[in-house]
Write a protein that binds this ligand. Sequence first.
Ligand code: NAD
Length: 253
Amino acid sequence: MDLSNKVTIVTGAASGIGAAIVEQFLAAGARVVAVDVDPSVELLANGFDAAARERLRTVVGDVRESETARRYTAAAIEAFGRIDVLINNAGIAIIKTITAHTEEEWDRVFDVNVKSIFWSAKHVVPEMQSRGGGLILNTGSISSVVGIAAQGAYGPSKGAVIQITRQMAIDYAKDNIRVNAVCPGTVDTPLLRRSGIETGDPEGFIHGLASAHPIGRISTPAEMASFYRFLASDEARFFTGAVLMIDGGFTAW
Ligand code: NAD
């Protein structure tokens, strides 16, 4: 799948699914702006050859802030002249019921998982409009569509990701901007391992999750990234407003 003409912004790029997306998009020839609050995002370049490094820029910033969206938008325009694909992937999870959450936790989960998409829209959509279109992919979750124990703020935040996706798909279709949500089942990433530690039984947590997927296992970041790669390609240009489950059958029980 050739992405050589695709300027792509990826948030949450230092780790897990986002880092796998950066790797696969660079391998497919894309030009990538990798964004993360974790400064280790700047080390990503070390993993690639000189030719790929020329097609990579990094931005350290918190996606909860408008200023970060302004900076990654400017970085893409300055380095590559346009934005073809925006992947709103940064996210956090806290394993608690609603009543156990503090107000600060609730706001933090919603600001990282939801408000970040608002800020990205405010800065990136006008660029896409002025250049004739683009594609936005938002990372949802199985928690976007089904209730899962102790996802008191995370589940509602990921539900909101779906409605933002639909809203934007409708409002900006006339500008040739397509917007889709990718909803992964459980993926073996640092986020998942941290959630496991929060339960007090990390191994039992992973085992239980594996058996909750009819396919009998959890997924890998690479499996997720290859789906994003397909969606960013011209092969997938009839998708918009779609909620795409990639969940090993989790929501099919
Ligand atoms: P991860 O923790 O490995 O990576 C998330 C990245 O987002 C990290 O590098 C982190 O530093 C970054 N990030 C967090 N807060 C940020 C902020 N305020 N500003 C900028 N960057 C920030 O997690 P992952 O599992 O790769 O998760 C990626 C996305 O996939 C998230 O939206 C998550 O909700 C979603 N997801 C994950 C799973 C799973 O099982 N791992 C399942 C469904 C959905």
